[in-house]
Write a protein that binds this ligand. Sequence first.
Ligand code: FES
Length: 289
Amino acid sequence: MFKKLVDAIDRQAWLDSLGDAIQQSIGKAFQSSGRIGKETQNLLNGTWLGHALHPALSDVPIGAWTTSIFLDMVENGDHSLAKASDRAILLGLLASVPASLSGLTDWQHLIDKPKRVGLMHGLLNLSSTALYSLSLVLRSQGHRGAGKLLSTVGYATVIASSYLGGELVMEYHSGVNWVGTLEEPKDFKPVIEESKLEDNTPVCVTVDSVPLMLVRWQGNIYALANTCPHLGGPLCEGEFDSGIITCPWHGSKFDVTDGSIIDGPTAYPAKRFQTRISNGQVEVRLAEI
Ligand code: FES
């Protein structure tokens, strides 16, 4: 049933035009702010943390509003419990601001079905925030019953939105490390003749079905998993300059010597491989062993 709901969302053509307009506005806002905009994106993406930030931030409003609905059920006229419930709603509203900003920053790079599902996730969150805000106003004016009704509808909206958020992560891998866990190759394996590698020119090769980016720089040969950990862009098609490879899709930058992040939006480093030359062949193996 829920899958059918997601498919129905995917068929809503109006989400595309609205999504395009919002994504372009977000991109322009960050770009026009120069380096500050870039640093803000890195902050909201979780580049500094080594983990997507949005899932952690979104737990706070969900937890606060879950607390509130429980307190509403048990308060039974107790003034202090009712007050605590109202404060939990306020906490959720305050926490929804950074959660929304980080979610929008992640979502701006999604396309097709994930873009449409993500936009519906955001619209539902916006609706629940409006419902909770109105609920808080009504509660403060003494209309507790109406306030409770609105916050209950708001909570149901949050749960529906959370399902879509989970779908974005588990089905479409938004916010996860696209390289994942690699186990092979544990031993060195040949991937290309050394003579075919030119200085400062990335090439694509494959070892044990794992696509790699190989580059010769300052006399050494470096290898990274070709799949960008952000959303799977092909690193070997990116620009290489002074030891740094830039993903052609959204501009994440990685140090080819160790795979570390130079710039976001990725929150995860590139997977590094060890290289050596043997009988004129470049050989690679996983660097972690
Ligand atoms: S796929 Fe987004 S930066 Fe590489």
